[in-house]
Design a protein around this ligand. Structure first.
Ligand SMILES: *Cc1c(COP(=O)(O)O)cnc(C)c1O
Length: 433
C-alpha cells in the first residue's frame, strides 16, 4: 500500500517509510491510497468473532500487502491483550471501555501496535538500534513508553516538563527501566517538543544515532484505532442493538474519531458519528459555519482534549474531499464547558451508578442530548476515571477506587534524568548515549 501526504507536495511513501518518518516532508499527514471495503460476509457473522479476530481482518485490509500474515496476526494479537467491553449505562446508551490496557487509556492500542510494527521493520532490515523521542504532557508518554517496553532494537526517550504532570502520569513512564529513559526537563511541554524537533533537524545527532518519533499522527498509531469500532458494532449486534447505531467520540486531536470514519468507509454499518468537544470547540464551529479557525487551546478538566488546531482535521478533509456538506452528513458535533462536564459526571453517577471520566462525560452527554427515536448510542470511554483522581473525587464527593494496574505503577521507584531546556545540553547528553 502506498501512502500519500494530505499536502500533496511530498512523494508517496511505503508503509515502512510512513511509519519511520511519521510526518511527510511537506508536513502533511500520511493517508492510505485506498481504503478497502470488507466483504458483506464479514459483517454478517461479525458477532461470532473475537476482538482479535475482528481486528486482524481490519489490519489485513490496511497492512496485509506489506506485512506477512503470520507476523501481522501476531502483532495484532499481542497488541490487543486486553478487552474493550461495551457496557450498558442506561437504556440505549453504551460505554465502550477503552481503559483496560496497561496505562488505562485508549492510546494503548495505537502505542502498542506501533511499537510492534516498528520492531518488525527494524528486525527485517537488520538495522542498528532506533531511538524514539517523544515529548509528553502526560498521557502520550505513558502509552508510548509502555507500548515499547522490552521491544528489542528500540530505545525510548520520554521528555516531560518537570512538575507539570500528575504523580500517576509521571510514575507510568519513570518507573519502567529497561529500554525506557525518562528525561525530566526544566521547562514546559512546549520546551520538550522544541527539543525533540531540534533533535530531528540536527545533522550531527542524526549521523550519530537513528532517531524517530512516535507522535499520534503516525499511521501506525492512527489506523489501529479503527479496530475497536468494529468490535463495538459486533457487541451491539449480539445484543440486538446495532440497527441504528450512533458512535460518539470525545475528541481533541481527532485521530480517534477519524479512525472510526475510516471504518465506516470500509462498510461498517454505523448510522452516524458525533464528535464531542470541550470548550476547545474548533471542529464544532467548523460544522456550524464551514470555516476552520484554529485558536490557542484553553485548559479544561478534560485536558487530553485541549487542542486548538487538531492535526487530524487534515485527514477528515482528505477523506471527504474537502466537502463540508459531506462531512456534515456523517458527523455532528457537541461542545461542553467544565461546569457541564462536572454536572454530567455527577448526575450520571447518581442516576446510574456509572462513573464517567471527564472526557467520556462529553461523549455521554452528547448522546443523551442528541440521540433520535430508535437510535442506539455508544460513546468511547477514552480513559479510566481514576486517571483524573482529584477532579473526579472532587465532583462526586467520594473516593474512587484505584485499579490494581495503576496502583502497581504507584509502587515503583521514579527514575529520571534531569535536563535543562537548552538544546546543546540535550544534544551533548544524546551524543554520549
Ligand atoms: C488523547 C485523548 C483524547 C483525544 O483523542 P484524539 O484522538 O486526540 O481526538 C480523549 N480522551 C483521552 C482520555 C485522551 O487521552
Amino acid at each position: 500500500m502506498k501512502y500519500y501526504s494530505t499536502n500533496h507536495q511530498a512523494p508517496e511513501a511505503s508503509l515502512q517509510e510512513a511509519v519511520v518518518k511519521g510526518l511527510a516532508s511537506d508536513k502533511g499527514l500520511y493517508m492510505p491510497e485506498v481504503i478497502k471495503a470488507l466483504p458483506q460476509s464479514f459483517y454478517d457473522h461479525i458477532e461470532n468473532l473475537s476482538f482479535q479476530e475482528i481486528a486482524y481482518q481490519v489490519a489485513d485490509a490496511f497492512f496485509g500487502e506489506d506485512v506477512p500474515a503470520e507476523t501481522l496476526k501476531q502483532i495484532v494479537y499481542d497488541t490487543l491483550s486486553f478487552d474493550v467491553p461495551a457496557v450498558k449505562v442506561k437504556e440505549n446508551i453504551y460505554s465502550l471501555e477503552l481503559f483496560h490496557g496497561p496505562t488505562l487509556a485508549f492510546k494503548d492500542v495505537g502505542g502498542r501496535f506501533m511499537a510492534r510494527l516498528l520492531g518488525y521493520f527494524i528486525k527485517k532490515e537488520g538495522q542498528k538500534q532506533v531511538n524514539v523521542l517523544v515529548a509528553t504532557s502526560g498521557d502520550t508518554g505513558s502509552a508510548v513508553a509502555n507500548g515499547f517496553l522490552g521491544v528489542e532494537g528500540i530505545h525510548v526517550y520520554v521528555l516531560y516538563p518537570k512538575g507539570k504532570v500528575s504523580e500517576i502520569q509521571e510514575k507510568q513512564f519513570t518507573t519502567l527501566g529497561q529500554n525506557i529513559t525518562a528525561l525530566e526537563v526544566d521547562g514546559t511541554f512546549d520546551d520538550c517538543q522544541a527539543l525533540v524537533k531540534n533533535a530531528f533537524m540536527d545533522a550531527e545527532l542524526n549521523a550519530h544515532m537513528k532517531l524517530t518519533s512516535a507522535n499520534s499522527i503516525n499511521v501506525a498509531r492512527f489506523l489501529p484505532q479503527a479496530f475497536y469500532y468494529f468490535y463495538a458494532y459486533a457487541q451491539l449486534k449480539k445484543a440486538g442493538k446495532a440497527d441504528n447505531l450512533v458512535v460518539c467520540v470525545p475528541s481533541g486531536n481527532f485521530g480517534n474519531i477519524t479512525a472510526g470514519l475510516f471504518g465506516k468507509r470500509m462498510g461498517l454499518p454505523v448510522k452516524r458519528f458525533m464528535a464531542a468537544n470541550n470548550r476547545n470547540d474548533i471542529f464544532y464551529q467548523y460544522l456550524q459555519t464551514g470555516e476552520y479557525n484554529p485558536r490557542p487551546s484553553v485548559a479544561t478538566i478534560a485536558n487530553a482534549m485541549d487542542v486548538g488546531d487538531p492535526s487530524n482535521f487534515a485527514r477528515v478533509l482528505a477523506l471527504y474531499e474537502n466537502s463540508h456538506k459531506a462531512i456534515c452528513s456523517e458527523v455532528s458535533g457537541a461542545t461542553y464547558t467544565d461546569e457541564q462536564i462536572r454536572e454530567t459526571v455527577k448526575a450520571t453517577y447518581q442516576e446510574t451508578g456509572y462513573l464517567l471520566d471527564p472526557h467520556g462525560a462529553c461523549g455521554y452527554r452528547a448522546l443523551e442530548e442528541g440521540l433520535k427515536e430508535g437510535e442506539t448510542g455508544v460513546f468511547l470511554e477514552t480513559a479510566h476515571p481514576a486517571k483524573f483522581l482529584e477532579t473526579v473525587e472532587g465532583i462526586i464527593g467520594n473516593e474512587v477506587e484505584i485499579p490494581a494496574k495503576l496502583q502497581a505503577f504507584m509502587k515503583g521507584t521514579k527514575q529520571s534524568i534531569e535536563m535543562s531546556k537548552d538544546f546543546e545540553s540535550f544534544k551533548a547528553y544524546l551524543l554520549k548515549e
